[in-house]
Design a protein. Structure first.
Length: 219
């Protein structure tokens, strides 16, 4: 007897439920530490049920990552839309980045977990990952165009991202030795922006002035 077709709403509901469970378990145990059998057991369904909704485990993790990047991109885009000054926008994005990592820790870990399926093999994941990156990159490009930041937008955006990710990762790992860890967001972004500010970046074709030799004291 042929299997009855699943109703679209039922498919969507189960996929969302499975992705919620998978997000937490993948974040806690890593990509290689979770099986479809374990996910099915936690959902209280047959080990074969997930295969009616997803092709395999790789497709599940891709869907989970796409959803996490979508939430992240939405949060960053909302923060960028609140200010027009290019430098202030970068500061606001830094605050939003760190706040999102704290409020969605499982999703954040899922986004940047190592040894995952390639994003370009899954269109939805590729699209949401690119959208999240574009918010930061476009904000940097606007700051460069305004003359407030110097350098190649792609390189500067990666520098800012690396600094923010380092702080977020330390926070999620419980390695920050501060009771009020949120106070680090401002100093971190101020230091990063100061490092890429136009006035802090002398032209590369200008040789440094040689330091005059120190005069020896005479007795």
């Amino acid at each position: 007897m042929p299997r009855a077709a699943l109703q679209p709403q039922k498919v969507e509901d189960f996929r969302e439920q499975l992705c919620r469970v998978a997000t937490r378990r993948f974040a806690e145990y890593g990509h290689a530490g979770v099986s479809l059998r374990q996910l099915a057991a936690e959902l209280g369904c047959s080990p074969m049920t997930p295969y009616r909704y997803f092709r395999d485990r790789e497709e599940i993790i891709a869907a989970v990552r796409a959803a996490a990047f979508a939430r992240f991109a939405d949060a960053m885009a909302a923060a960028a839309a609140t200010v027009t000054d290019p430098v202030a926008r970068l500061g606001r994005l830094g605050e939003a980045y760190l706040r999102h990592a704290r409020t969605d820790p499982h999703g954040y870990r899922i986004m940047f977990e190592l040894a995952q399926p390639r994003a370009r093999d899954y269109p939805a994941l590729d699209r949401e990952e690119a959208r999240a990156w574009a918010v930061l990159r476009d904000a940097v490009a606007a700051a460069v165009e305004a003359g407030a930041v110097a350098g190649d937008p792609d390189i500067v955006a990666h520098v800012l991202w690396a600094g923010l990710h380092g702080l977020a990762a330390l926070d999620l790992a419980g390695k920050l030795r501060l009771q009020r860890r949120e106070v680090l967001a401002g100093p971190m972004m101020a230091a990063l922006i100061r490092g890429v500010a136009a006035e802090a970046s002398p032209p590369t074709d200008q040789p440094r002035r040689a330091r005059a030799p120190r005069r020896r004291r005479t007795r």
